[in-house]
Design a binder for this molecule. Structure first.
Ligand code: 5AD
Ligand code: SF4
Length: 375
């Protein structure tokens, strides 16, 4: 099992290396290793995350060669003669990003949150939420298992906005993960100071997942009490300047959202210097002020993915876990066939997964991670 294949370095220009994968060339930034031509590496999000010995790389590639070309063939067949909106989006995805697919593991390490977002089950006022915090040891060991045993090459560390994890604790988590395994580390911690984010960048984190949720300032202020949209957008822009890869996006199906709103949200996502679109359907949680608002339909969600792909052909677009809550069996697959090209798999220890209830009936919360990878 492997989610990223090794690539061979065929050109080096300062920190930028050109890497070849079965004849396809891609560029990546090398910040951490002393590399020369013909070395083999793993790259994620355009960043070299690990150098691997040639014999090991060649053995892995030997196993993958046949599967790689078979998958390419299937992909080509699925994208021929597109007729519907989804098929068109999928064909554009194929044309611009080929059949590469990013798979991130997500570790939800704390469900405490100081905020009171009207849509979210982790909101401070939800006294029915059974709160947990994973220890630094538990978080690091979960990540090491995901990378060294399950072969994930990129991990997202997610929590509510929980200040119990101060700068020292967070830096220690990132540093320890980097010491013990080679992975792209993405942070999804909410709004923290620039100083905190800088310290975490220096410790080796390289990506941030932070949705702006809605680009309508009035709606934003209403559903995120005490917050303003401009601060969120400014933070996203500053994190991009700091060097972080940004994953951002919005919620589809929020109350009173119009088609025009969705289009302008897509526009904002694509113009924020975004590395990956993270767009999710709104699903009402019974212990929130939005409990009686209707859920987004899967069709609206798939339309939004397809429109994002058509508008921003080269982007990485996540088929979010919430899609699988709308269609347990085929949600992720339908997202991928509508133009998405990235997946997130929950690697949080099982005993915590159900407690991280942003919205009810989260897909995968009952399943073992190995089962999910296999499907
Ligand atoms: N439905 C769907 N997504 C939700 N999130 C929070 N609450 C809900 C909900 N009810 C998403 C937000 C946040 C992410 C961590 O979870 O978009 O950014
Ligand atoms: Fe907290 Fe994020 Fe939920 Fe808002 S959406 S309550 S910030 S976990």
């Amino acid at each position: 099992m492997c989610y990223a294949i090794p690539g061979k370095i065929v050109e080096i220009k300062d920190k930028i290396v050109t890497v070849e994968y079965f004849g396809e060339k891609k560029k990546a930034k090398n910040e951490f290793y002393d590399l020369k031509l013909d070395d083999y590496i793993y790259a994620q999000g355009g960043i070299v995350i690990q150098q691997i010995p040639s014999d090991e790389a060649e053995s892995i590639l030997g196993t993958w060669r046949e599967i790689f070309f078979k998958l390419k063939e299937t992909d080509l067949r699925l994208t021929r003669e597109p007729k519907t909106l989804y098929q068109t989006a999928n064909a554009i995805r194929h044309q611009h990003t080929d059949n590469s697919c990013c798979i991130h593991g997500i570790v939800e390490f704390s469900n405490y949150c100081r905020n009171d977002c009207h849509y979210c089950g982790l909101r401070l006022s939800n006294k029915n939420c059974d709160r947990y915090r994973m220890s630094i040891y538990e978080i690091v060991e979960t990540c090491v298992y995901a990378v060294n045993k399950l072969n994930f090459k990129a991990l997202v560390l997610q929590s509510g906005e929980d200040l119990w994890y101060d700068d020292d604790k967070l830096v220690s988590i990132v540093t320890k993960i980097r010491e013990k395994c080679a992975t792209l580390i993405a942070l999804s911690l909410g709004e923290r100071s620039l100083e905190t984010y800088q310290k975490l960048y220096n410790a080796g984190a390289r990506a941030v997942l932070l949705r702006f949720e809605t680009n309508n300032p009035k709606l934003y202020e209403k559903i995120r009490p005490g917050h303003i949209l401009k601060d969120r957008i400014d933070l996203i822009k500053k994190l991009t300047e700091m060097g972080y890869l940004i994953m951002t996006g919005f919620l589809v199906g929020l109350p009173d959202q119009t088609e025009q709103d969705i289009l302008s949200n897509i526009e904002l996502t694509g113009t924020l210097g975004t590395d990956m679109f993270s767009i999710g359907p709104f699903i009402p949680h019974p212990y929130t002020p939005l409990k009686d608002s209707p859920s987004s339909s899967i069709d609206l969600m798939l339309d939004t993915i397809a429109r994002s792909r058509i508008r921003f052909p080269e982007s990485k677009i996540l088929a979010t876990t919430a899609l699988e809550t709308l269609d347990t069996k085929n949600g992720a697959k339908r997202g991928l066939l509508a133009g998405a090209n990235s997946l997130m798999i929950n690697v949080t220890p099982k005993k915590y997964q159900k407690k991280y209830e942003l919205y009810p009936n989260r897909a995968g919360a009952e399943e073992d991670v190995k089962e999910r990878i296999d499907t």
